[in-house]
Ligand binder design. Structure first.
Ligand SMILES: Cc1cc2nc3c(=O)[nH]c(=O)nc-3n(C[C@H](O)[C@H](O)[C@H](O)COP(=O)(O)O)c2cc1C
Ligand SMILES: O=C(O)C(=O)c1ccccc1
Length: 378
């Protein structure tokens, strides 16, 4: 943008013409309290996996095909029986009201405007019902396995009643990762914000500041059942007819177990580097999981996706869809529902652009031959 154009932009525009998702990140940083920023951006321990997720994408090179008719590039896809305009969706993240007063209601509106999947966290700050009322695209509900199984049973019933299309069980968090930023900040959820779908009695620890630890880690130790194993999945199955998605799988062994235990989809995820540090980048784990699953169920990926070319690489390596965690929160913080839609639309446009220049006009024409994953330089 020229200086003259910048001056002509309306002064009220919170994000002047973002060109890349990083522009939303910059805008979000300027708007958020430092402790909330650290909670959003941070990861576990050395944050090595946070960085590795990004570095893996930077090792991808593209292998374009030419003289292909790319006058129409179609990013549309189908996932668990639902049509989506884009294979980019929103990963579950807790407490959207931390970054915007309209919280998940605005996120649902933004996702709907973009025709994108929104995975709602069990720690949403609005009710499942209010979020569903604002949605115009598929919603899935993410759960942690709480000790209070009565709450899980209640949630899956409520989700089905208002049209959520799948249950996502996050399996990489039997306890919370050691997040040094949150511990140093004594991070706690402020009094005006609630996990709107959970019994307040379960949530007390999450709101206790000044302990010199992360209140969320204390809460998780109290509330999450770390004894759950594969055989417990049947309990959840018996209580819901919705498809069951397992989020947080990184190995061929667990992918095979997931399929054997009847998972309907898998999300290759290291929780954005927030749980076990030094796990592989998700892009590096993707091929082994896709191969182990052998097409039995769709495989999704999250972690470090920061634009359409990243999504292109993951889709080429076998992901059916790709979820954005932090970037959705940047969009929400920067500009509410419009920011969320802006992030999804921008990344989807980038994906369509990459598809055109790479000679792959639809997702069906994307396969491993479209990319080269260079070995890590040591
Ligand atoms: C602020 C924040 C809160 C999160 N909360 C949850 C959650 O409630 N449940 C969950 O399964 N994953 C949660 N995650 C992990 C995301 O679903 C996702 O795996 C991760 O953010 C993807 O990486 P990315 O942020 O690099 O896109 C959270 C991530 C962030 C950044
Ligand atoms: O899952 C997370 O990454 C997360 O930050 C969290 C921690 C405690 C409660 C809810 C979400």
């Amino acid at each position: 943008m020229t200086a003259r154009e910048a001056q002509a932009a309306p002064a009220t525009s919170p994000v002047p013409r973002p060109a890349v998702l990083g522009d939303y990140e910059t805008a979000a940083r300027g708007r958020l309290d430092g402790r909330v920023w650290d909670f959003v951006q941070g990861g576990a321990e050395s944050e090595r996996t946070v960085g590795d997720n990004r570095r893996a994408f930077s090792r991808v090179t593209l292998r374009p095909r030419v003289l292909v008719d790319v006058s129409h590039c179609d990013t549309g896809t189908e996932l668990l029986g639902a049509r989506l305009r884009t294979p980019l969706g929103i990963a579950p993240t807790a407490y959207h009201q931390l970054v915007h007063p309209e919280g998940e209601v605005a996120t649902a509106r933004g996702a709907g405007a973009a025709g994108a999947l929104f995975v709602v966290s069990i720690y949403a700050s609005h009710t499942l019902e209010d979020i569903a009322a604002a949605a115009a695209a598929p919603l899935w509900l993410q759960l942690y396995w709480l000790r209070r199984r009565d709450l899980l049973a209640e949630l899956v019933g409520r989700a089905a009643a208002v049209g959520y299309r799948a249950i996502v069980l996050t399996v990489d968090a039997p306890r919370l990762g050691r997040r040094h930023r949150d511990a140093r900040n004594g991070f706690a959820i402020g009094p005006g914000i609630r996990a709107a779908n959970l019994d307040p009695a379960v949530m007390t620890a999450a709101h206790l500041p000044g302990t010199g630890r992360s209140a969320l880690a204390d809460h998780a130790a109290e509330a999450v059942d770390p004894s759950v194993t594969w055989s417990d999945l049947a309990w959840l199955r018996e209580r819901s007819d919705l498809p069951l998605v397992l989020k947080g799988i990184l190995t061929a062994q667990d992918a095979a177990l997931a399929v054997r235990h009847g998972a309907d989809a898998i999300v290759v995820s290291n929780h954005g580097g927030r749980q076990l540090d030094r796990t592989p980048a998700t892009l590096d784990a993707l091929a082994e999981v896709v191969d182990a699953v052998g097409g039995a169920v769709p495989v999704l990926l999250d972690g470090g996706v920061r634009g359409g070319t990243d999504a292109f690489a993951a889709l080429a390596l076998g992901a059916r869809a790709v979820l954005l965690g932090r970037p959705a929160l940047w969009g929400l913080a920067a500009d509410g529902a419009a920011g969320v839609a802006g992030v999804l639309d921008l990344a989807t446009e980038e994906l369509a652009h990459t598809m055109a220049l790479a000679g792959r006009p639809d997702l069906g024409s994307l396969d491993r031959s479209a990319v080269l994953l260079r070995a890590e330089r040591r």
